[in-house]
Every structure is written in structure tokens, then in C-alpha cells.
Design a protein around this ligand. Structure first.
Ligand code: MN
Length: 307
């Protein structure tokens, strides 16, 4: 489906159960619009009372061909991976892991985490020249560029916005930003007209480009806009995503991104090996995790198709 013109497609989340108790609202990929630039995956979760639902507990699992981007609105998270990283993350900070050829990681709520957990898990598809690189990069950014305008505080997570540039590693032209809006705030941001953009209403209803957007929904705005206006009558948080349309064929399955059915089969076999006690050479292992790694489920009986 072409996104060459401005649109205003409101995408509804679908409920997905992760692990035993964690429910997330999945907004990308979506049957109406698969991607926003190279942003190809968006799960929004919480705010959850972790004393009731048990906190985050995602055992070691692999990734290929993508970057994971982790952002919290509330709470505390702990990331460990096969590069040896062990990193706490708090609201206002960013974790970016570049998977390339293969990496694995785990994400849990530490024992001393505060009561509420609220955040997003995003993936960025890597273009061909970077998708098979050796996995060498995990980046934690404790501070990011911020600015205030029109009653909003803007934090630039990835890329550039209004002259403010994040140092996060990126391999295609894209932007990601958090907007914290006071009640009655209206902010107009300059954006690239050749890029696709989308806005998530995180916790309150917003108006985006003069149209209402209920909370927990994503407005896909297509291309062809040189400014973006977000209004927050009640205040609230917005997540802005944008990027150059990602033109490469992509096959997404489980935690893998490849270019063909055969690549995914190969990645799945390399991860699962002969069982949970194997240490898969391609992906390494998360040291110090108290529990087994997550094996990939069976493939469907039909061939996986490119999006
Ligand atoms: Mn992951």
C-alpha cells in the first residue's frame, strides 16, 4: 500500500500475551500499515503494577537483521546480552542493540524495581549492507537531547528533530522522539516531507494534524507533510516515529528478520540447535541468566512470505 501521500490511518492495537503474564498492545506490524520508515515493530505495555502481574521476565532470545530500541515511560528495566552487556534502564534513557548477523538478550524487572512499568519495545529493520554485520554494538544513552516548545518537552531518542540530534546509532534515515505535553499544549514540529510519520497516543487522547486520536492508538500519517502538529487538551505523552520509506523486501518471523523463507529457516535452526542446553555459535549466550533460553516455535506449514 502506497504511503506517498498524507494519510491519517488510525491503527488499533492488538493484545498479545508475552510469556505467562505480560500483555502488550502490538501496533506494528499492522495489517493496515506494516512499517513507518524502517520502524517495523512496536509493542506498548503498561502501566502495569508489577506486584500484581509479576514484572517483566523475557528469557534469552535471539534477533537478526534489526535493532532493538527500548524506551520506558515509568519503571526500571535490566538488559543483559551475549556481548556481555548488563545495563539498567530508566525513563528518559535509551537502549539500542544492533543485532546484525545474530545476537541474543534477556530483559527482566530487577528486584528493586518501582511498582509501575510502562514502556515501548521497538525494532528498526537494518538495510542490506548492515543486516548481516557482526553483532558488536549495544548502546546505552543515559542522556539525550531535549528541548521545550509550545508546552511540550521533546526528547530526541533517535535521529534529528528541530536541529537536535541523538547520538544513537542508526543505519537508515529515521527519527524517534518522546513528547511530554502539558494540558492544553500545542506543538508544531518540522519534519522531512519525503518520510513516513506516525504518532502514538501513549496515555491520553490527543489531536494529531487536526484529527482526534484516542489513547493507545497509532496514527499513521503517510508521507508528504513538512510539519506535524500535536495537541494535548488533557496533557499526555506522544511518541513520534518517522523515516525514509524502507524499500527492501523483508520476511519477519518470531524474533528474526530476513529476506526469504530459507533465511528464516536457517536462523531458526541455528538458534534452536539440538535443544535448550545448546550454546548456539551464531548467537552466543547471555551469561548469568537464571533460567533456560526461549526456543523458537515450529514454523507454519506454509512458506513465509515477504511483506
Ligand atoms: Mn528482544
Amino acid at each position: 500500500m502506497s504511503t506517498a501521500d498524507p494519510v491519517h490511518d488510525v491503527l488499533e492495537p492488538r493484545d498479545v500475551l508475552l510469556g505467562r503474564t505480560t500483555h502488550v498492545r502490538r501496533l506494528l506490524p499492522h495489517k493496515v500499515r506494516r512499517t513507518v520508515g524502517a520502524w517495523c515493530f512496536l509493542d506498548h505495555y503498561g502501566p502495569d503494577d508489577i506486584k500484581e502481574v509479576g514484572g517483566m521476565w523475557v528469557p534469552p532470545h535471539p534477533h537478526t537483521g534489526l535493532q532493538t530500541v527500548t524506551w520506558l515511560f515509568e519503571g526500571l528495566g535490566r538488559h543483559t546480552d551475549s556481548l556481555g552487556s548488563d545495563q539498567l534502564i530508566r525513563p528518559g534513557q535509551l537502549n539500542v542493540m544492533t543485532a546484525g548477523h545474530g545476537i541474543c538478550h534477556a530483559e527482566v524487572s530487577p528486584d528493586d524495581a518501582p511498582q509501575h512499568l510502562h514502556g515501548v519495545q521497538l525494532w528498526v529493520a537494518l538495510p542490506d549492507e548492515h543486516r548481516d554485520s557482526a553483532p558488536t554494538d549495544f548502546t546505552h544513552l543515559a542522556e539525550l537531547p531535549t528541548f521545550t516548545d509550545g508546552g511540550a518537552q521533546v526528547t530526541v531518542m533517535v535521529g534529528s528533530l528541530a536541529g537536535h540530534t541523538s547520538p544513537a546509532p542508526a543505519y537508515s534515515p529515521l527519527v524517534g522522539a518522546e513528547l511530554r505535553l502539558d494540558p492544553g499544549a500545542t506543538i508544531t514540529l518540522p519534519v522531512e516531507s519525503g518520510w513516513e510519520h506516525a504518532v502514538l497516543a501513549v496515555d491520553r487522547p490527543l489531536r494529531v494534524e487536526d484529527a482526534p486520536l484516542e489513547r493507545h492508538r497509532l496514527s499513521h500519517l503517510g508521507q508528504g507533510r513538512s510539519t506535524l502538529t500535536v495537541e494535548a487538551p488533557e496533557g499526555g505523552i506522544a511518541l513520534l516515529l518517522g523515516g525514509e520509506p524502507f524499500g527492501e523486501q523483508m520476511v519477519m518471523w518470531w524474533n528474526f528478520i530476513g529476506r526469504s523463507h530459507e533465511e528464516i529457516v536457517e536462523q531458526r535452526e541455528a538458534w534452536n540447535g539440538s535443544g535448550v542446553d545448546d550454546v548456539p555459535e551464531r548467537f552466543g549466550q547471555v551469561l548469568g541468566f537464571d533460567g533456560p533460553r526461549l526456543l523458537a516455535p515450529p514454523l507454519p506449514n506454509t512458506r513465509l512470505k515477504a511483506r
